[in-house]
Design a protein around this ligand. Structure first.
Ligand code: SAJ
Length: 420
């Protein structure tokens, strides 16, 4: 059982492929993108994730990891392709389907088949197994099938791949056992066995838990604005209770996971998933809320310097980023917008160095808590702005200098205890 074929070389597939290769498996990574495949075979990577670049380079040069446009025979197959959401908020499973169909010709008796991609409940049973049966192999007997959702936090992928506990959901016990054996090669966290459908639902509920809690924090901001309360201090103080963990409010929820996964549940059970649906709506309304805050500070036509386009600090990922929506809304409202994001490379945006982005601005709008912004001493740029005002939607700026620092959620009072 020494060869693994990983289909999908993105934020999850590539680090996973690398970890298996590092622990001694022969790994071939498959991707539909020619550029990804050719650059990987030269030892270069296309994702910005700490620690991956060096690891992949050495594995490729040692011949332990290679990339290919087509699958090949292996002992284990892992599917790690994206599951985006359609315009009607239903899961788009076309990449999963294509990936499973793509490996059909290479399946052999005794293979271990795993889906890591996040999928709606019942996908393994109702979609994946029927496709795999077309190979002529009997699921659970000739072919072991599991869902092993990834749980790693972008920015900490390499560490969390090893240390996090994992859920392994098999279509039967033997399938789960095979998957556990595989992941045991590098996972130091505990591995919990269950059935495939429970694993699918557990993964979705983890991200939904976070989305619902962030919605609660964001709703607190809106209530606090109405009642003139400092929501940020409320969060800190309430969290001094031993059983309370209010999350952090912000400009919205981005990324490819938390902002999408709850819809997979809502789509399957719309009548029942009321709280989940309203939480999504609250978080999706935050960009418009930020625009209202901006309007309270500067009038249309003003120049606004946006700091941060990525969906969260210290990542280059702009998928579903609230900042992207805020920039587009600001443009629609007639503001002149300049953007700085030192971590993002994206041809669609004219990304400027901080010093240039803030020139002649009347408002600096912080949308991402990158370290570069947190640590920046704003007294350095006092002279180049038209009006020294910062609206910090991430409550992260430490050295505002003589800028007036407004924080999203801080509407009240009056004196601060400055508790941590
Ligand atoms: N955010 C807030 N307030 C908070 C926490 C987060 O506004 O209190 C925002 C962030 O700014 C960001 C978004 O939510 O826009 C999501 O960020 P995140 O760091 O909470 O999570 P992701 O999407 O980067 O990664 C999540 C993780 N899931 C959980 O923590 C339950 C990760 O473990 C999963 O593996 C990943 O989704 C995934 O791939 O599903």
């Amino acid at each position: 059982m020494n060869k693994i074929c990983v289909v999908g070389l993105g934020y999850i597939g590539l680090p996973t492929a690398a970890m298996f290769a590092k622990s001694g498996y022969e790994v071939v990574g498959v991707d539909v993108d020619e550029k990804v495949v050719s650059s990987l075979n030269e030892g270069n990577i296309h994702i910005g994730e700490p620690g991956i670049s060096e690891l992949v380079k050495s594995l490729v040069s040692d011949g332990k990891l290679k990339a290919s446009l087509i699958a090949e025979e292996a002992d284990n197959f892992i599917i790690a392709v994206p599951t985006p959401i359609n315009e009607d908020y239903k899961a788009d499973l076309s990449y999963v389907e294509a990936a499973v169909e793509g490996i059909l010709p290479y399946l052999k008796k005794g293979n271990n088949f795993i889906v890591e991609s996040t999928i709606p409940p019942r996908t393994i049973e109702d979609l994946v197994c029927p496709i795999l049966k077309r190979s002529g192999l009997v699921p659970g007997e000739d072919l072991f099938i599991s869902h092993c959702p990834e749980r790693v936090l972008p920015g900490r992928i390499i560490t969390e791949l090893v240390e996090n506990n994992r859920i392994v959901g098999g279509i039967n016990e033997q399938s789960a056992d095979k998957a556990v054996e595989l992941y045991n090669s590098f996972v130091k966290g505990e591995i919990f066995k269950t059935d495939a459908t429970t694993a699918e639902m557990s993964k979705l509920m983890e991200n939904t838990f976070r989305d619902v809690n962030i919605a609660l924090a964001n709703e607190l901001v809106k209530i606090s604005k109405k009642l003139n309360v400092n929501a940020l201090e409320v969060v800190k103080l309430a969290n001094k209770h031993p059983r309370v963990n209010l999350h952090t409010p912000g400009p919205g929820v981005g990324g490819h996971c938390i902002a999408l996964d709850p819809y997979f549940i809502v789509d399957q059970a719309p009548e029942e998933a009321q709280l989940i649906a309203i939480s999504r709506a609250i978080n999706s309304s935050m960009p418009s809320f930020v625009i209202k805050e901006v309007k309270d500070l500067v009038s249309n036509g003003a120049k606004i310097a946006v700091l941060g386009l990525a969906y969260k600090g210290n990542t280059d990922d702009i998928r579903e980023s609230p900042a992207v929506e805020i920039v587009s809304l600001l443009n629609k409202e007639g503001y002149e917008v300049s953007i700085c994001d030192p971590q993002v490379e994206n041809q669609s945006y004219n990304l400027l160095p901080l010093g240039e982005a803030v020139r002649n601005s009347e408002l600096i709008l912080i949308l991402t808590d990158h370290d570069e912004f947190k640590e920046f001493d704003f007294s350095e740029i006092n002279h180049c702005v038209k009006q020294p005002v910062i609206l910090d939607t991430k409550n992260c700026i430490k050295q505002p200098g003589s800028f007036e620092l407004k924080k999203l959620g801080n509407y009240g009072k009056h004196f601060s205890l400055e508790i941590n």
